[in-house]
Design a protein around this ligand. Structure first.
Ligand code: ZN
Length: 217
């Protein structure tokens, strides 16, 4: 059932960091998974105009490739009665994060809004967060527990920032994490695989080859 990234990495992917050769470890990926609808939620992390759309303040170009896979996953989740949560990265005047990233997702702005293609329905739950972690200072954990959720399918952006911190925080609370490879995005491949590696190895999350091979029952 498990296979390795041998073809993708050509057996030994090596990155060179200031002359230092670092071999990238293998990452386990499963082909498909079936999850119980009543105990599973899908989380869409920060798919907001500023991160996704041309003219956004902090665009991650590869987010565009994740829109359709996430949309198909959400359609399937809604048909199965799976709860859907969205996080919205949110900042206000003089937010300290502006010093790191520049101004982005200012509360109430166009850039702060979730992209039209993935607009939440009235049954979905939107969680406003002010840091990378979707749990930090938010009601997310409480809401997941209220609904008896044990499994989280995490999608969105940025893979090694808000997705990773949210997955980490979920795993520390003993939620089981599933991440479809085509549902997350990063600024470069290295960051993307760092996120997969940490989620898989450290947080014992399950990396699934595709959003289309995650089923609910
Ligand atoms: Zn931010």
């Amino acid at each position: 059932m498990f296979y390795r990234f041998k073809t993708l990495f050509n057996n030994n992917m090596v990155v060179i960091i200031r002359g230092l050769r670092v071999e990238v470890p293998e990452i386990s990926v499963i082909d498909s998974v079936k999850l119980p609808s009543s105990e599973t939620a899908v989380i869409v992390v920060d798919m907001q105009n500023d991160f996704v759309k041309p003219g956004g303040k902090l665009v991650v170009p590869s987010t565009i490739n994740t829109i359709e896979p996430i949309k198909r996953l959400l359609d399937k989740a809604r048909r199965s009665g799976v709860k859907i949560f969205y996080t919205m990265d949110t900042h206000y005047d003089n937010d300290p994060e502006y010093a790191i990233w520049g101004e982005h997702v200012r509360y109430g702005s166009w850039g702060w809004e979730i992209i039209d293609e993935l607009k939440p329905s009235e049954k979905d739950i939107v969680v406003i967060k002010t840091r990378y972690d979707g749990f930090y200072g938010t009601p997310l954990d409480d809401l997941l527990r209220v609904y008896g959720i044990k499994n989280l399918v995490i999608t969105g952006s940025v893979a090694n920032i808000c997705v990773l911190h949210t997955a980490a925080s979920a795993a520390l609370r003993w939620y089981k994490i599933y991440v479809p490879m085509d549902g997350i995005s990063a600024l470069n491949e290295f960051d993307y695989y760092v996120a997969l590696r940490q989620i898989s190895f450290l947080y014992r999350g399950v990396i699934v080859r595709s959003s289309d091979t995650i089923e609910f029952y």
